[in-house]
Ligand binder design. Structure first.
Ligand code: ADP
Length: 163
């Protein structure tokens, strides 16, 4: 059984993430999308909100589940008895950091392999931070995120304005 972990902040999930998840779900028996608690990134959405959005948009995928974890990705991966960490690569800018992380993880947990999947050209510019910026400025996200994520973003920025 090939179990793969796809870790990230998913703040929020975008069409770029979904494309990686869908393609990975065809390659591995099961994919766990694992939302990281301590990304050090001061997230817009709470952990529960991020997990809920992921669960909703992935509900049709029978071999994909959503979880969260705290601490080292390799420790979580080993705990789950998984052998694979999936990471998405967009432009060259992702490479340096991902390369460092993959080599560090290999040293920490030699039994775990990091598998990189190239973003599709149409999503190669897309990031959660861009999506948040566009939403905050009132732009349309129809091409970037699923409808329910667009709605959640609109609600979130409205509620923050009211505070
Ligand atoms: P992290 O904070 O761990 O980078 P993200 O949620 O930003 O978490 O990203 C999770 C993973 O998804 C990373 O491997 C990232 O490179 C990848 N990713 C993010 N956006 C895209 C995209 N548009 N296309 C392909 N991969 C992506």
């Amino acid at each position: 059984m090939k179990l793969a972990i796809y870790p990230g902040s998913f703040d929020p999930v975008t069409n770029g993430h979904l494309d990686i998840i869908e393609r990975a779900s065809c390659l591995f028996d099961h994919v766990v999308v694992a939302v990281s608690v301590n990304s050090g990134k001061n997230p817009l959405f709470t952990l529960e909100e991020r997990k809920e959005m992921l669960s909703q948009v992935l509900s049709q995928h029978t071999n994909v589940s959503v979880d969260s974890f705290q601490g080292l990705t390799v420790e979580y991966t080993a705990q789950k008895n998984a052998q694979i960490i999936i990471r998405g690569l967009r432009a060259i800018s992702d490479f340096e950091n991902e390369f460092q992380m993959a080599l560090t993880n290999k040293k920490l947990q030699p039994s775990v392999e990091t598998v990189f999947m190239m973003s599709q050209a149409q999503w190669s510019f897309l990031s959660s931070s861009t999506v948040k910026e566009v939403s905050q400025m009132g732009g349309s996200l129809a091409d970037f995120v699923p409808k329910i994520v667009e709605e959640r973003l609109r609600e979130k920025f409205l509620s923050l304005k009211e505070v």
